[in-house]
Design a protein around this ligand. Sequence first.
Ligand SMILES: [Zn+2]
Length: 307
Amino acid sequence: MLDITFYKDITGHDYGIAHLFEHLIVQSFYYDQEKNGSVSGLWGWFGGNTFSGTMFLTAGFYDKEVQKKFLSFINQPININQDIVINEIRRMEAEDDVIIDYHFPTVIEALKNINDGKFIQLNGNNEFYKQIRSSEKVLPKSKILHIKRSRKEFQNFCVKVGIKNPTKIDKTVFMRLFIPAMESVSLVLCREAAYGYFDDGPIFDDKKPFYIYRYAEFTIKKNTFNKKKLEDAIKERLNGVNLSRHKKQIKNFIRQYYQNINNPDFPVDYFRDTGIITSKYHIYKSFTPENVQKTWDKLEVKIEKIT
Ligand SMILES: [Zn+2]
């Protein structure tokens, strides 16, 4: 696996716009990959962090082709898609339980300005880069995105994605398959302007019927919450995934876990979460594209309101 860190000096740029820009970059790349038929989570991962004056992007790839696409994506100004910008402002509202007012042309202009500067790759040549982050502990207020707290406008809900009465193979496969499954769910919910937080790992529920599932919490504007619509959108996405097209990615994805020496508790986790005693090698061998598709086809989705 190749993991990469980039940073960008954003001194003098509005913090709210920088945060929005980070969202825009990350979502644009995920959407592009999905449009190309990729399954999120199988090719790797990509995320960002924005501080006052500095932005970081970190990514890791199991798939060299996607890595190549990422490097060309990040080394040129990104395409500022207005629909994604509007959607990401809505997601930032859900992220912090706030309402954001803005003048759209000003937002686009400020995004274009921040888009001009290059990202610099931190590539391990023992160099210390200058400290850009200011020492302020409190992040500066945005002058362009006018933010007002309003918890009452938001609704939390949880999403469970799991398998009823799983076989031994289903359990073994699900322990890794939940990553692309939840990434796919997350992308569907991003498009609905929901903002999500994930738990640590799979949960198993030994009441009848037995379930193994993964749990995540999301926040969305109350007036757009529609349980059935969200469940249907997720089911449609999961049903549309054809894993037989991604045999190489599946192999690379599971090999990464198998070869990761920082993961010595692997069989212990499996035992704790599934009750199965098995070896890393057997887990690796069980994760065949055929098994993965079979388990994927059994995935069920449930949404529950929290507050
Ligand atoms: Zn954010």
